[in-house]
Design a protein around this ligand. Structure first.
Ligand code: FAD
Length: 333
């Protein structure tokens, strides 16, 4: 019998809290592992945990390896890379997944180089090739014009990063697992880097990535003023406004509102796309939304392929009617 394939998720902890990308990738790793009969391990490095690491069993981890040390209270690329390299050399996993967050994007290239293996950054799709047992890592290539599927046939582990909210976080199960504390040589917690602190960058716009409802507009809006209509709808629904890239390039909206490959990834409960064609680069930023409503006058628009509800028609007719209906319902209560 061949050994079970081992899937590792390098979790992320900020201020003692387990970042949601950790649950998202643990769920994805579970799905990949189940397709080939593998085992999932999630690694947490922190200066101390405020959240329960056992919670990750419910999202699919068979094991959680938790390493706590005061030197990792603030992010330190050198320590994180050295500790993870040690753990991965001991454990020899087949596949390693991590979030394409600021720290993931900093640590993972260094880690891949230390382990002398490849790394596919910012994947938008991951699946197992059941014939070869290799991880198929899909990401946009050639300036985003094609989707490339990349394999790592010889080097191990096969490593990939994924932008948060690319995959749905699974419903938690009753699953149980094993919580372990791996032994790490003390010297690996020493570093020549001193982290003086973090300054949070506020981008000026309410963060649509955290909202339950996002109403987005595309070139079909025709002119910048049309966004006012979307703002009104978003406000009535308690959400925020998103935008396609061409509308941002045309300065109809500011960049923090851009949804897609070169903008934000959002996963609201409801995403309304008005006058957006549904190019792959836009879909990469919203396809995990809970319920997608597409408003477009072109019946062949690609956005309808991902929509749960498709409204074919003129957005200048449909959106004011939705706004009126919501106001009437609210007044009659
Ligand atoms: P269009 O494709 O022009 O679509 C307009 C839609 O409006 C059409 O479907 C039309 O039928 C509809 N319409 C017109 N009038 C009406 C009306 N009155 N009522 C209803 N419907 C109407 N794009 C992004 O959005 N986000 C990104 O982050 C992003 N990153 C990219 C990165 C790279 C490297 C590249 C190469 C491209 C990227 N793009 C991105 C651009 C992407 O390829 C598309 O060009 C873009 O998403 C199209 O924007 P759109 O849907 O607003 O415009």
């Amino acid at each position: 019998m061949t050994a079970q394939k081992s899937f590792f998720v390098l979790g992320e902890v900020r201020d003692g809290r387990i970042h949601s990308v950790t649950r998202e990738l643990t769920g994805k790793a579970r799905e990949l592992a189940d397709s080939v009969g593998g085992r999932v391990t999630t690694v947490l490095l922190s200066g101390g945990l405020a959240d329960s690491p056992e919670d990750l069993f419910r999202y699919g981890a068979d094991r959680v390896l938790s390493v706590e040390h005061p030197s990792m209270t603030l992010y330190n690329q050198e320590i994180e890379t050295n500790v993870l390299a040690h753990v991965l050399r001991e454990e020899q996993p087949e596949v390693v997944l991590a979030g394409a967050t600021t720290s993931g994007r900093t640590t993972l290239p260094a880690l891949a180089s230390k382990l002398e293996t490849g790394l596919t950054a910012d994947c938008t799709g991951l699946e197992m090739d059941l014939e070869t047992g290799l991880l198929l890592q899909t990401r946009p290539a050639l300036g985003g014009n094609v989707m490339a599927t990349i394999k790592t046939p010889e080097r191990r582990p096969q490593m990939a990063t994924v932008r948060p909210r690319t995959f749905r976080i699974p419903e938690p199960s009753e699953r149980k697992g094993e919580l372990l504390t791996p032994g790490i040589p003390a010297a690996l917690f020493e570093s020549s880097i001193e982290n003086l602190g973090f300054d949070r960058v506020e981008d000026g716009a309410a963060n649509i990535a955290d909202m339950d409802v996002v109403v987005s507009g595309g070139k079909g809006l025709k002119r910048p003023e049309s966004f006012r209509m979307l703002e009104e709808l978003a406000e009535l629904l308690g959400g925020g406004v998103g935008a396609s890239r061409p509308t941002v390039e045309a300065k109809w909206m500011d960049y923090p509102h851009q949804v897609g490959l070169s903008g934000k990834v959002v996963a609201p409960k409801v995403y309304i796309a008005a006058g957006i064609s549904g190019a792959v680069q836009h879909l990469a930023g919203m396809q995990t939304a809970g319920y997608i409503v597409a408003i477009n006058r072109d019946p062949d628009a690609s956005i309808f392929r991902v929509a749960d509800l498709g409204l074919r028609g003129d957005l200048f007719d449909i959106i004011p009617r939705i706004i009126d209906r919501i106001k009437t319902e609210a007044n009659s209560r």
